[in-house]
Design a protein. Structure first.
Length: 423
């Protein structure tokens, strides 16, 4: 039973903490965000203590909510003369007759769903730059640690701590969470999309030392995208396309690792293991997203994933179409990583020399200096070009940048392949 409690500590808290912090922030006011975070942390610590002794309850989410609610009432009683709370709550907490019923109502099931959305959009305050908005959503609502946010941004922990601290001060200038009305909704939606996209990518292409794949992060991103999609104002073509790309990529997760836990590239995967139901749902969302006039990076990335899903093997993939889609993606959101992926697709279409030429022509190539799959791509193409010694040098450079044991073992296998070709 104790082992299972530890498992909940690692995975359950991420799912529950964001919605509880959002709900308690609704109660306390955004200027008391730190108090909301403290109450949630206290409730979770209490849960771990009790569950180790008595076992995990049948409904741990409800247990945690009840504990957080009681802790919130205690905090309101203790602090109501020392600080101000949400304006709509201030007069109601003055009386013991109204205090508990009001808190129970504000932490009800429907309020929890709405408050998650309110927190997403509150984090996207217009006075904050988009990177700060995204960092807040990842940290507060998605339960990312400072290290995980830093990994998602390919930044240092110290820089992220400063960014989040400054962003929280801006957020504290508001007294209530963002209201889910048409006003300002569209302007903030793109930052919410970006945050969920980064959350998913951290799970799918994680920089975590523990694992190259973190399914819990992918599932959390899909869950939050679903929350977004179910709100009438947020169910835009971009939202639908974002959901589509998440599902189409997640469909391949089981094939990215073999039974021994070793990482496999797209070219090595057993495609019979791809989840056909997720692929079908991803295609459905992509089709619906295409009914409007909006074309976003999420549409294009989902379309690329759909082309891969249509192919029975890497050799049968419509590589010219993928290169075309990457060209369109570069026009919308240029980045060295997108350009690197385009070069790899170009190599599949026209051969490794064309791929190497495209990599050398990438604008901002220095930004890939810490990205292990840049030298790994060079190594792969040099190996395919019949230059195993040069390929081995690139793979060794990639090995020095590997972010997890899975990545290290994957690259070590490619180094062995270079030796085999040399012999």
């Amino acid at each position: 039973m104790e082992t299972r409690a530890v498992d909940l500590d690692e995975h359950f808290f991420r799912h529950e903490s964001g919605r509880l912090v959002a709900a308690l922030t609704r109660v306390f006011g955004v200027h008391n965000l730190a108090l909301a975070e403290d109450v949630v942390q206290d409730a979770f610590c209490r849960a771990l203590e009790m569950w180790k002794l008595r076992g995990i309850p049948e409904n741990p989410s409800a247990w945690l909510m009840a504990t957080a609610r009681n802790r919130a009432i205690d905090a309101l009683r203790r602090e109501r003369t020392a600080r101000t709370f949400a304006p709509e709550l201030s007069r109601l907490i003055e009386s013991e007759w109204t205090l508990a019923p009001v808190v129970h109502e504000l932490l009800g099931p429907q309020a929890l769903k709405d408050d998650e959305l309110r927190m997403m959009f509150s984090c996207c305050h217009p006075r904050l730059a988009e990177p700060a908005q995204v960092a807040l959503i990842l940290h507060i609502l998605c339960g990312f640690s400072m290290d995980e946010v830093a990994a998602a941004f390919l930044s240092s922990r110290a820089a992220i701590e400063k960014r989040i601290t400054r962003a929280k001060k801006v957020l504290a200038s508001s007294k209530t969470l963002f209201e889910l009305t048409a006003a300002d909704f569209t302007a903030r939606l793109s930052a919410v999309h970006r945050a969920l996209y980064l959350l998913f990518n951290e799970g799918y292409h994680g920089a975590s030392y523990e694992s190259a794949i973190r399914v819990d992060l992918c599932r959390e991103a899909i869950r939050l995208a679903g929350v977004l999609r179910r709100h009438p104002l947020a169910s835009t073509p971009a939202t639908l396309a974002l959901g589509a790309l998440m599902l189409l990529h997640t469909a391949r997760l089981s094939a990215r690792l073999d039974q021994a836990g070793e990482l496999h590239s797209l070219f090595e995967q057993d495609r019979s293991q791809w989840d056909t139901e997720l692929i079908a749902e991803g295609r459905r969302l992509l089709d619906i997203s295409a009914t409007g006039t909006e074309l976003t990076e999420y549409h294009l990335e989902a379309a690329i994933a759909a082309v891969h899903a249509d192919a029975a093997s890497a050799e049968e993939t419509d590589w010219p179409r993928i290169v075309e889609l990457y060209d369109m993606l570069l026009a919308i959101r240029p980045s060295p990583v997108v350009a690197l992926n385009r070069a790899i697709a170009l190599a599949q279409q026209h051969g490794p020399e064309r791929g190497l030429e495209a990599i050398r022509a990438i604008y901002g190539l220095d930004r890939l200096s810490d990205y292990p799959f840049y030298p790994a791509a060079l190594g792969e193409l040099e190996l395919r070009s019949g230059r195993p010694e040069l390929a081995r040098e690139h793979f060794r450079a990639a090995l020095s940048l590997a972010r997890s044991p899975m990545e290290r073992r994957f690259i070590e296998r490619r180094i062995a392949a270079c030796r085999d070709q040399s012999d």
